[in-house]
Design a protein around this ligand. Structure first.
Ligand code: ZN
Length: 504
């Protein structure tokens, strides 16, 4: 018997080599029959890594092998008189044989116990090994993910800080006016979700919630004349009576009950007369008003001392670029009206070029940012879910699939696959999942909207009842309607596979 001290034993156990341990304890002369040898069952047995990989297989094979083991000739020497193996069990056996058998049984029990106790650690070691196997692929891949030059988090904080300063001054400037009341800006879009489809020129997008000024109310009307797959709203502005005692104390004339002449002489125009078209809030007028406000307030902000403001053209938002010679931030301000107390807004943002100036499409970007923040809180520190999204959205650029489609697929996956399964070691698997999902969505011509009609969202995301109970719109509805678009999309998917070649 090899000399195994207690310390050696603990070293062997702690180095995850239980089978090696068993064999090292076996009498040197016991030769395992070739046909059923452990080596044959588990190639490269001496390698602990291989052992870990095939742990379940090796366990069952081990039992079989131990069962079938023949005592070789050398074993006879342990017995008096050189009896055959078949006689072995019937006669009184030397203590060494019992000791060997007992030791094997003991060690087998110990091994199985050890396997159960260390299942988790073993999985981890298995995955580490997988990491080694995939190491080269991953490195190759991760090196090719172009991250924004700018620090996204720092940029988001800078943009929100600027917007907070703006909000304070907006409050002062507009306090006695009848323009919409501007609330604190909410960061939305990819940068605030923690990723960016662009390498440079990251756009920090914010949504500025608007509430009605005194003596006014907003009424959101679903514009059913539009296509069914796009939910567009109009914001009807209505004057409200302010004759009550409390409101009289604000020294405001009631737009409904004071004579027109008195109103004209003593009070600013109502919102209906400034930013509306036919009683509906006008996106273009609102954007123009907002540009004036942003330019007028800028000199009062602390940022104006060291930064330069440039207004960029936009009809449905306010886009600015702020530079100081070294750094540059591009910020797009969208305006929105919150639907009740939910995380859904109607917003000035639109993807369609020809949208009426009184059309406010329903926007889910606040709910989506909330979803990504929820995932970030749950996810382990080495989670690569954002890198998966970043990589895939960049790889597919130039093909017919929009970034939003890829993001929707990833959000669905994030909502179904546990966050722990997005760690580094699962990177390629998750990329594969995105790819497989894209293919099946294309084949089925169906990709459900992530927010509308999704009853499995985290509880903290609040949706209006009609959104919660709605049928999820199909983002691939155009593929279902137009066979030519579908074959084009399938062909582009094949090209995309070509680009991804070798990964899956
Ligand atoms: Zn009144």
């Amino acid at each position: 018997f090899p000399q195994i001290s207690l310390s050696n034993l603990s070293v062997l156990v702690s180095t995850h080599k239980p089978l090696v341990l068993i064999f090292s304890l076996c009498p040197a002369k016991v030769n395992w029959p070739q046909a059923v040898s452990i080596d044959a069952c588990i190639p490269g047995l001496s390698e602990a890594q291989t052992l870990n990989r095939g742990s379940i297989c090796s366990r069952s094979h081990l039992r079989i092998s131990l069962h079938r083991v023949k005592l070789p000739e050398g074993f006879d020497s342990l017995k008096k008189g050189g009896h055959s193996v078949s006689m072995w069990q019937q006669e009184s056996l030397p203590w060494q044989v019992w000791a060997v058998a007992g030791l094997l049984v003991l060690l087998l029990g110990l091994y199985i116990f050890w396997m159960k106790r260390n299942d988790e650690a073993e999985n981890s070691s298995e995955e580490d090994e997988e990491d080694q196997v995939l190491g080269n692929d991953l490195r190759w891949l991760l090196e090719r993910i172009q991250w924004p030059v700018q620090d996204l988090q720092g940029g988001c904080e800078w943009a929100i800080h600027l917007m907070d300063n703006y909000t304070v001054y907006f409050g002062h400037v507009l306090s006695n006016s009848f323009y919409p009341v501007l609330q604190r800006a909410i960061g939305v879009g990819s940068a605030f979700e923690g990723w960016s489809p662009r390498e440079q020129d990251v756009v920090y997008r914010v949504l500025i919630p608007m509430t009605p000024p005194r003596g006014h109310s907003f009424h959101l009307e679903l514009d059913s004349a539009e296509h069914r797959h796009v939910r567009n709203f109009r914001v009807r502005v209505q004057l409200e009576c302010t004759c009550s005692k409390e409101q009289k104390a604000e020294k405001m004339l009631c737009f409904l009950h004071h004579p027109e002449e008195e109103l004209r002489e003593n009070q600013d125009l109502s919102l209906l007369d400034t930013l509306c078209t036919d009683s509906y809030l006008d996106v273009h007028k609102t954007a123009r008003w907002f540009y004036q406000l942003v330019r007028a307030v800028w000199p009062a902000l602390p940022q104006s001392h060291s930064w330069h403001l440039t207004l960029l053209p936009s009809r449905r938002s306010c886009q600015i670029k702020v530079t100081n010679g070294e750094a540059s931030f591009r910020i797009e301000m969208l305006f929105g009206v919150r639907r009740g107390y939910s995380d859904v807004f109607v917003s000035s943002q639109t993807r369609e070029a020809l949208t009426l100036s009184t059309t406010w499409p329903e926007a889910y970007n606040v709910a989506e940012v909330k979803f990504f923040k929820y995932i970030a809180r749950q996810a382990p520190p080495d989670s690569l879910h954002l890198r998966c999204l970043q990589l895939f959205s960049r790889v597919q650029l130039g093909f017919g699939f929009s970034t939003y489609m890829v993001k929707t697929i990833v959000m669905h996956l994030l909502n179904t696959i546990p966050v722990s399964q997005w760690r580094r070691r699962y990177f390629l698997r998750r990329l594969g999942d995105i790819n497989v999902n894209l293919r099946s969505c294309l084949e089925e011509k169906c990709l459900n909207h992530f927010i509308i009609g999704n009853r499995n969202l985290p509880q903290e995301i609040s949706l209006p009842l009609d959104i919660l109970s709605a049928e999820p719109p199909n983002l691939f509805h155009h593929l279902a309607q137009d066979p030519a678009s579908h074959s084009q999309a399938m062909s582009e998917y094949q090209d995309l596979q070509h680009r991804l070649g070798g990964l899956w």
